[in-house]
Each structure stands twice: as structure tokens, then as C-alpha cells.
Write a protein that binds this ligand. Sequence first.
Ligand code: 3PG
Length: 307
Amino acid sequence: MTKVLIATEKPFAAPAVAAIKDIVSKAGYETVLLEKYTEKSQLLAAVADVDAIIIRSDKIDKEVFDAAKNLKIVVRAGAGYDNVDLAEATAHNVCVMNTPGQNSNAVAELVMGLLVFNARNQFNGKSGSELKDKKMGILAYGNVGRNVARIAKGFGMEIFAYDAFVPAEAIKESGATPIATVPELFATCDVISLHAPATPETIKSINYDLLMKMPKDAVLINSARKEIIDEEGVLKALTERTDLRYLTDIMPANHEAMVAALGDRYFSTPKKMGAQTGEANNNAGIAAANQIVDFIANGVEKFRVNK
Ligand code: 3PG
């Protein structure tokens, strides 16, 4: 029987798991569940005889592909697929897909929540500031970036966006002001919200020089990937510029140093939780299950990322 493994170190909410199981069983397949695993050996054992895997930020590398002899498809229930070795997937004849857009509102709402939390001094009772009339700069105008723009507009913020792949005309049509370069975006905006994937071009690209361009009292917020941050450069800039703040949903390697040096000008969630809502779990989990059934039953490869 066709087996679909849900391998989630950070589990979906229970209703999403139930919805996935329902889709899988209606297709005549079996669901196998591996949640909150702590050792790679557990993942290697679980993949041994499965045809399909649904993952989140779980790392799928050569060792996993080697161990998964029947594997035909991996669906990353979410947007970013930097956790999957695409070359190895292709070499093992495995299709990799993501589920773009399905969890993007959840991440955008977390961004706005962290911004309010920061503007009100982490709710410590001291007089804070407001987001209205501030300039919101969105770096990478994809599904999450556009949702941030939509909600930030409701706060009365002015929206600016940079995207290497989205034409300026399309940014304009959405009601945001296109900005031609990343340094210009940093120099223009009171808030910079990062939504770029981790790629060779973006890794460590958010650095000291960019932060030093930011206007007084500006805020950098990262809900994308920690790899895009030059962590030492950001710490140095915030140490020199005591007006700046840094908020992140992906705890940096130098978290302790950030806390010690920056106090409440820095905040990290304890564990990446932007996409951690019941709604996002349902949306992404259900999309992943449907994509697997469509691929195995009908050969549909929409959303394939290792073309
Ligand atoms: C994504 O790429 O979809 C988000 O970063 C969410 O990741 P998660 O599923 O690990 O929470």
C-alpha cells in the first residue's frame, strides 16, 4: 500500500493531522506519523518504506534520500525549501514541491504582532510609539511580503517594497512604492521586514553597512531565514547605533550576545512560530496531502521546485 509519512519535528496542530489522514485514506493510502523526533536515526528509520513525505523545516538530505528506497515525492508544507537538498532529490528521482501562500497570512500576522510588542516596549508600561504614518519597507514581495503590506496598510503605514524578481509596475499596482535597491530600501524605511529565501545571493546579505543606513529609531524584523542575516554585523551595528532595534522569529546563533548587548532593543521568539497557527497548519497540510495524491494518482507536478 502507498505510504505517506508526516515527518514534523515541530508538529502540526491535531486537526491538520486529522485532515491530512482523511485525504490520504480516501485516496486508499496509509499515513505514518513521526512527530517531535529528536534523532536523525528516527527519521531514517521512518522513511525506509514510504512513497511520500510531508515535512516542514525538517532537513531532507542525501542520507535521507539514500534511506528512502520507495520515495517518489517530498512536499514541504510551507514556502521555503532550503531544507531539502534538491540536487540529491533529482539524483534520486524524487519530486519536491512546496505549498506557496498557504501559511503566509500567519507569518504576516506574527510580524505585525512583534512590531506592536516592540513599539509598546514589550508591554512594560512605559510610553512607546505608534506604527501609523511610519514607512514599512518590505524586502522580497512574495506571498508573505504582500500580506504584511495588506495588514500594515490597515495600521496606516506607508508601504515600500524591493523585489529582485517582481516588476516595479506590479509593486505599484498593489499600492506600494517600488524601491530599486536594497540599500535604498534600508535608507528610506522606519521598519524593514525581511521575506527573502535563503539563497547563495541572500545568505549573510543583511549586514552592518545596510543597518547603518537606517533612519533614526528604525526596526529590522526577520521572519524569513536566519541564514540571510550577518549576525555579527547586525550585532555590531546595533551596538553602535543605540536607536535601532532587531526583532526575529528565528533565533540567531549569537542570541545570548544579542540579549547581553542590546537588552530590550532585541527580541527573538524562542522557536520559529510564524507559521504556527491552526489555520496555517490546515492550509499547508491539506495542500500538501492533495498535491501528493494528485502527483501519485494523476502525475500532476504543479508546485514542483526541482524541475
Ligand atoms: C515557511 O517557509 O513556510 C515558513 O518558514 C514556515 O516554516 P515552518 O513550517 O517550519 O514553521
